[in-house]
Design a protein around this ligand. Structure first.
Ligand SMILES: C[S@@+](CC[C@H](N)C(=O)[O-])C[C@H]1O[C@@H](n2cnc3c(N)ncnc32)[C@H](O)[C@@H]1O
Length: 270
């Protein structure tokens, strides 16, 4: 039975995440988020559930004075890739393997906490938000994004996986997107000690090559990697071909440009 709540990746999947998913969606997502908020010139920053550190790195490029930037993630493979790709700029980076629910960080450390597409994966969301409330300074800001709906691409992937692989694999494909009730998220953030208003919605475009190779890599850089690797070659080819067929309408020349809608919460610690 697949545990849908966990996001475990092997080292090779973390490397594919950095080389495929970061440029395709998480880097544009980070830039869209930073365009939508105001930033100081220096800040102590936490990137919670940082993955390979895309948000930490994007923020660092926009802070003009030396700052302390910390990234935490439960997944050692993600932190390893983050560490290996630490920018050599004026800022002091720290990468820590830690669950969001218990980060082993002192109280009241941060001016800004970012959590980009992480909250939906935490087994104990309340504890994770309480923990962010503990490590942020009074008056600090929590900037949190969470997908607002199942994007058309992942609905197509799920439909194909359900037809040819299993219902569990289909559920894993849409898992990052199904926990998307804005009022529930707002209430959780508020209960953790933040002042938070309704989210703004950001539409981000996922860009990827429309080639068979790119689609294979995309599918293998997910928690479905083991189940897909265990398929007979012809079955995996059929899955890839049907997904590419299903997203034809997003094809522009050799590229796919597919929309994804996200909530952006901007919360203040009181
Ligand atoms: C979709 S990725 C987003 C990563 C990164 N924020 C980004 O924008 O690329 C979700 C991340 O949440 C992490 N994660 C899942 N559960 C976690 C937990 N309980 N505590 C900390 N990180 C967790 C995963 O390891 C993964 O790196």
């Amino acid at each position: 039975m697949v545990n849908k709540n966990r996001f475990h990746l092997s080292t090779s999947a973390a490397e594919s995440y950095e080389s495929q998913k970061v440029p395709a969606i998480f880097s544009p997502m980070a830039e869209r988020t930073l365009d939508a908020i105001s930033l100081p010139t220096r800040a102590t920053v936490l990137d919670m559930a940082c993955g390979t550190g895309v948000m930490a790195k994007a923020v660092s490029a926009r802070l003009s004075e030396p700052s302390r930037i910390v990234g935490t993630d439960i997944n050692p493979a993600m932190i390893k890739v983050a560490q290996e790709n630490t920018p050599s700029n004026q800022h002091k980076f720290e990468w820590i393997v830690a669950p969001a629910e218990q980060m082993s960080i002192q109280d009241s450390q941060f001016d800004l906490i970012f959590c980009q597409q992480g909250l939906q994966f935490f087994p104990d969301k309340k504890a994770a938000l309480k923990e962010s409330s503990r490590v942020i300074k009074t008056g600090g800001r929590l900037i949190l994004t969470c997908w607002a709906a199942i994007p058309p691409f992942f609905q197509t992937v799920a439909d194909v996986l359900e037809r040819h692989v299993s219902l569990d694999a289909a559920k894993v494909a849409v898992n990052p997107f199904i926990w998307n009730n804005a009022e529930e998220i707002q209430e959780l953030i508020s209960d953790a000690g933040f002042t938070v208003s309704s989210p703004i919605q950001l539409s981000v475009t996922r860009n990827m090559s429309a080639s068979i190779n790119a689609m294979e890599e995309e599918l293998l850089a997910t928690p479905n990697e083991p189940v897909l690797r265990s398929l007979p070659e012809e079955k995996f080819s059929l899955v890839v071909t049907e997904i590419l067929h299903g997203v034809q309408k997003y094809k522009q020349e050799d590229e796919l440009a597919m929309p994804q809608l996200s909530y952006l919460f901007n919360a203040f610690k009181h």
